[in-house]
Design a binder for this molecule. Structure first.
Ligand SMILES: C[S@@+](CC[C@H](N)C(=O)[O-])C[C@H]1O[C@@H](n2cnc3c(N)ncnc32)[C@H](O)[C@@H]1O
Length: 220
């Protein structure tokens, strides 16, 4: 695959259309939660408003995934209806749900917000993992230095190990600061990241310069 072990700048809805069908082993992605997020210093996330247009990218994620494979997608709990609609329209079947438990409160409203969440979505009938991970996982705070919603590499590695084999190609079409790609490289997988914002792409490439030596360049 031409884009193996690279971070591509662009809108994933267009970029993914240039990828061949049935070419990716695993998708792990953290799309905008569609919640108008703004952190304490005023940083926001592109395409995180009310519009659900970016969710159409799941159709191409489904197309580029190999048969009988997995997509793990974080999502905003209060936009679950829209995420579910997009996943089902794309062809995905929810097969598990993962919660990461935080040991701090990120926001308080009706309750204290102390978790993040992702669905495990199947294309076809993937093999069960030899040793399934627990569906409640410990959260690790990334520090959000490079990106307002940066995921810690350490929370992504167990997912990548569980749902792919060494040498697999892992795609993140909303790659932000490149956490999924770094985690994939550190797990001995190949990666492809797509990100709209040039600054985040540059940051991801810098991070990957240190981690890329672990990535498999020619998957078998
Ligand atoms: C929730 S953040 C991902 C953060 C990432 N997991 C990390 O650890 O840094 C979602 C990212 O999707 C990007 N984005 C939004 N719309 C996009 C699009 N149409 N194509 C590609 N990237 C997009 C945003 O710029 C943002 O960096």
């Amino acid at each position: 695959m031409e884009f193996l072990n690279s971070i591509i700048q662009g809108d994933c809805r267009q970029v993914l259309q240039t990828f061949p069908s049935l070419s990716v082993d695993l998708v792990v992605t953290d799309p905008p939660y569609l919640v108008n997020y703004r952190d304490r210093s005023g940083r926001t996330v592109k395409n995180d408003g009310g519009e659900t247009g970016i969710l159409s990218a799941f159709s191409d994620m489904y197309r580029v995934l190999k048969p009988n494979s997995i997509c793990v997608s974080f999502y905003g709990w209060n936009r679950a209806d829209e995420f579910f609609k997009a996943w089902r329209e794309a062809g995905f079947r929810p097969v598990a749900h993962i919660v990461w438990k935080k040991d701090y409160t990120s926001k308080a409203a009706f309750v204290q917000y102390r978790h993040e969440q992702a669905y495990v979505l199947a294309k076809g009938n993937p093999q069960l993992p030899a040793k399934p991970i627990e569906d409640v996982q410990p959260w690790a705070y990334s520090g959000n230095r490079a990106h307002p919603t940066e995921k810690a590499v350490s929370i992504l590695q167990p997912i990548i190990r569980s749902f792919s084999r060494p040498g697999a190609i892992v795609l993140d079409p909303f790659s932000g600061s490149g956490s999924t790609a770094v985690a994939a490289a550190l797990c001995g997988r190949s990666y492809v990241g797509v990100e709209l914002e040039a600054d985040y792409c540059a940051h991801a490439r810098t991070r990957l310069a240190g981690a890329a030596k672990y990535a498999v360049r020619k998957p078998t």
